[in-house]
Design a binder for this molecule. Sequence first.
Ligand code: ZN
Length: 303
Amino acid sequence: MALVSMKELVEHAWKNRYAVGYFESWDLVSTLAVIDAAEKMDAPVIIGFNGGFLVNQERNVKENIFHYGAMGKAIACHAKVPVALLLNECEDFSTMVQGILAGFNGVMYTNDQGIPPQEVLTLVKRTVEVAHLCGVYVEGEVGHLPTANGEKEMGPMATLSDPEEAVRFVRETGVDALSVSVGNVHLLEKGKAHLDHSLLEAIGRAVQIPLVLHGGTGIDEGDIKTAISLGVSKINVGTVLKRVFLESLIDSFADPEVEHSNVHDLLGKGGKKDILSRAREKLSEEVARFITLLGSAGKKDLR
Ligand SMILES: [Zn+2]
């Protein structure tokens, strides 16, 4: 299978009442773990990276978006299921343009810096004009998710999505899908957020395009199913994947055998002792669990 249009993937989910998962990766191993799960479950999937993280000024070593685009594209092209490639949560126009040039077929803008709504609208509209010329999907957001800080906590920027604002945003920008803030929380690991179903329903009815929920880690299973029935067609999962991966590494380091093993058995040979292979398997199991929950298992033919 090749890299498949992200619009096609998300709209197929929208019309067939399931959600396609965006499972955020950070390197080759984590990306392959997502593909392992999607292939095992015969599911369409969205792979990708966080644009804001890749260009983060505080990085010790600067990253090149083109490396990530090339890697993601190669992985997508060799997968046995339909795959789209997203540069998620970009914080400026230049990151999104680099993403498009690097081969991502979806970009998403997030306003983490408190830019006034009218400026955001203009920026996203400009992005859509460029992206659509290249066949690239654009996801926008109206409202802003709170970020959990250990426990549930609302950040100063957090606002719920407003249906009227959502309609205007979608009409004026031409985005392909809309991320909404309806009680979902970024980085929530303890407890579950509760979604405002009536708000979600009102937005879905008003905008008539696929909706996206970020913060998949902290959404209750029942809420996920209800959200899908109300028009959510893409769910982002990131936090729990990093947690599962880290826990596997911690377990490996606690294993007394590791200290006395040949380094090549621990890294690079992919056998039972390989700590990255072990973590890849754990991560893949978690992704497969979400694929089942989102209803995308068995949908690889997009029929
Ligand atoms: Zn997010």
